[in-house]
Design a protein around this ligand. Structure first.
Ligand SMILES: NC(=O)c1ccc[n+]([C@@H]2O[C@H](COP(=O)([O-])OP(=O)(O)OC[C@H]3O[C@@H](n4cnc5c(N)ncnc54)[C@H](OP(=O)(O)O)[C@@H]3O)[C@@H](O)[C@H]2O)c1
Length: 296
């Protein structure tokens, strides 16, 4: 079980879940942009989980070549090698392949229509994976947080919120962008399930169940940690602190890349095979419990 991007936020949890079966591959050990590097690194694998990615959504607008080299051409190289060697190929993709106009959760049958360069590069990666390899799994997930934090982004949303609250900063979070926050440990376990149960090849949506705005996600983090917005109550740290949390509109952030307004995912397929992800609230509680040893 070769795991490309094993030092990353998701790759590290996948490596943990597979334990001794895992062949973790760091960026030093494989360069997905180079097909010969892929051939060399993947020669002893039976299944390849490709978590390598250029994940900087805004920077992708200024560096489309790099985003496409890793997310699309990299996926193509891995798919070609998997096909040559008759390996299963799991490619991790994103809710950002959708335009966000549906106004209800996207399932596996919905048509992608990316509205930013990152989303387009990931969609190209999906197509390469499915069309260049005969044993493809495309796993779409969203808004990840995990113990390691995203290497490409320098952390995760949950930790940024907690840090800002602890620093007594004013926290501005968008309230009309809706998504399905997902704990990387949960996707890692579901990917293992999908592979072990030998579910049919194809696309799977794997997120924690339900959805919320980023603002509501932040509120829930503080609620679970007993950090009261704007009330100055004592939190779980040594110092009294509060969370000065305010809703804002996406335009106020002046970001380079457009985001889908509503990119919640649901899975009709997992249900069909008797599999289920837990709710985003339960997953968040668990993450917070593991990082602090206790939540409300
Ligand atoms: N983060 C999210 O919110 C989110 C949401 C939906 C989907 N996803 C998808 O989930 C997957 C994992 O994301 P993540 O949050 O775990 O990101 P991450 O922490 O940045 O991990 C990416 C990994 O890929 C490696 N990598 C980067 N470029 C590479 C290359 N050219 N060749 C080989 N390895 C390379 C990185 O190593 P170095 O750092 O050493 O370069 C790192 O180990 C990605 O496919 C991403 O598109 C992420």
């Amino acid at each position: 079980m070769a795991i490309i991007g094993s030092t990353g936020q998701l790759g590290s949890d996948i490596s943990n879940v597979f334990g001794k079966e895992a062949l973790p591959l760091s960026h030093d050990e494989i360069e997905v942009k180079d097909i010969n590097s892929c051939r060399k690194a993947l020669k002893d694998a039976d299944t390849v989980i490709n978590c390598a990615a250029y994940v900087k959504v805004d920077d992708s607008e200024d560096h489309p070549d790099e985003a496409f080299m890793i997310n699309a051409i990299g996926a193509r190289n891995v798919a070609i090698v998997c096909n040559e060697e008759h390996l299963k190929n799991v490619y991790i993709s994103t809710d950002f392949v959708f335009d966000g106009e549906k106004e209800e959760p996207y399932n596996e049958d919905d048509d992608p229509n990316p509205i930013n360069t990152y989303g387009l590069s990931k969609y190209a990666g999906e197509i390469f994976t499915r069309n260049y390899c005969s044993r493809p799994y495309v796993i779409r997930s969203a808004s990840l947080y995990g113990t390691k934090g995203a290497r490409g982004k320098g952390g995760n949303f949950v930790e940024w919120m907690i840090k800002k609250a602890n620093n007594n900063e004013i926290i501005k979070v968008v309230d009309d962008v809706v998504m399905s926050p997902t704990y990387t440990k949960d996707i890692a376990k579901m990917i293992k399930n999908i592979i072990e149960k030998e579910l049919p090849y194809g696309i799977y949506h794997v997120t924690n169940q339900g959805y919320c705005s980023w603002f509501d996600f932040a509120k829930k983090i503080f609620e679970f940690l007993d950090i009261k917005p704007l009330q100055g109550l004592r939190g779980r740290g040594a110092e009294p602190h509060n969370a000065k949390l305010f809703p804002i509109k996406p335009d106020e952030l002046n970001r380079k890349a457009r985001r889908p307004k509503f990119s919640a995912l649901e899975s009709t397929k997992l249900k069909k095979y008797g599999l289920e992800m837990r709710s985003w609230e339960d997953a968040l509680k668990d993450y917070l419990r593991e990082r602090t040893g206790g939540v409300k």
